[in-house]
Design a protein around this ligand. Sequence first.
Ligand code: HEC
Length: 445
Amino acid sequence: MKYTQHSNLAISIFSFIFVLMSASLAISAESETEINFETQILPILQNRCFSCHSTSGNTTKPKGGVQLDSVKGIEMSLHGAVIVAGEPEDSLLYQRITLPEGDTGIMPPPDEGAPLSTEEIDRIRKWIEQDADYGEWTGTQSESKPLMTDTHPHQPTVMPPITSLAFSHDGKYVAACSQAGVQVYDFPALNPQRTIAVSARNIHDLAFSPDGDRLAVGGGNPATEGIIEIFSWPEGKSLRILREHRDSVTAIAWRDALSLVSASLDRDIILWDLRTGTAVQRLKGHSRGVSSLCFLDDKETLVSTGVDQSVRVWDLTSGTLIRNMNNHTLPVHDLALRPDTSGLPMVVSAGDDRTVRFWQPSIGRMVKFARLKAAPLDVAWLNNGARIVATCADGAIRFVDPESVEVTGEIQVLKGWAYALAVHPRDGSIVVGGLNAQVRRIIPD
Ligand code: HEC
């Protein structure tokens, strides 16, 4: 949806994590049999760990702040991520059982007998790689105090930021993209359900098709190639990969069931025919990377924005630039079309100059703007166009009335950058995603 220098920085910081993740995804894709927690993992923990790490063990308090006898206990460990689904190397438990023999930190401690066997360690590794599914097991129901509330318990302390979010059409799932791939959460609990493995190394945007049966994901390898991958939904099967962009794809907008447009840091916008997988139109004009796209209702007029601070209006079929509007004074991150307007179509843009601006693209006019306390990174319309909500660089969301351009509300949601938001198709709640893979649901009044 939006591409920022900040997320660029985050990309390089976190790309190493991504390499680890893609390696483990590749392994889990081929792994033969599913490990059953209760029959294959739990007995190891019971025999070798529970004496010190359970509430019913020799001591009343689990050792080292690590409680292993319930899912809750494991998730609430004092020391953070005991188990990181999919990531054995990031899981404290796995780290401790694989230390070199004789190392003082090895678990179980040396005076408690031999280390776990290679076979046991492999089995635990596979189970974590297969997403650490506990099945029906929840463990002892003893009281424990929640210790981690800021990040999702399944996540390690450092995760790539979420850069885009989208609801499935039935409203039951939210798909999130980050440099780690596509993560699907259930709604409203926002528990991670599964990941979809993507071909692009970095991904920036995702969008469901008009009938909701496909998911397009855009990303790429910086300064090398841009990739758009189309998946079936809900299966998550890769159907097609589109490669013509010469730099990362930053935004995707579906035109209809058979075509979509993509924006890229290579400065171009491409219209794709999905029946043939070919680029049928290439819009050139932005002098720097393009960050966001939105169609007007005619599906013929396209609005784009980007790092060059401009908001541009295009006629898609002829491929011509109709207008170029230059009121923003810094890069622009996002655009959204006001729903259900009777008058001239209106779009809102969100820029690094800390403004949200309201435009009438068909006449090339900026109507109004509001300046916020922090840069808005993603915007959406609420209440049939009666107000907008923006997620901001300080982790807050802000509501703005498009008529009075007053900030009518502000809610602090995340710690640090809140890059992405999505509005539920029916109940109006907002899901916000950002730094460290935080996701939160907000119910606006
Ligand atoms: C005899 C008691 C004992 C047994 C058995 C034992 N542990 Fe521990 N464990 C400890 C103590 C004490 C600590 C805290 C000191 C430390 O971190 O080394 C600890 C700490 C840990 C930690 C926290 C590491 C951190 O960085 O904070 C993990 C994870 C762990 N144990 C896992 C296990 C696992 C898995 C098993 C079984 C395979 C196990 N332990 C068996 C005593 C035990």
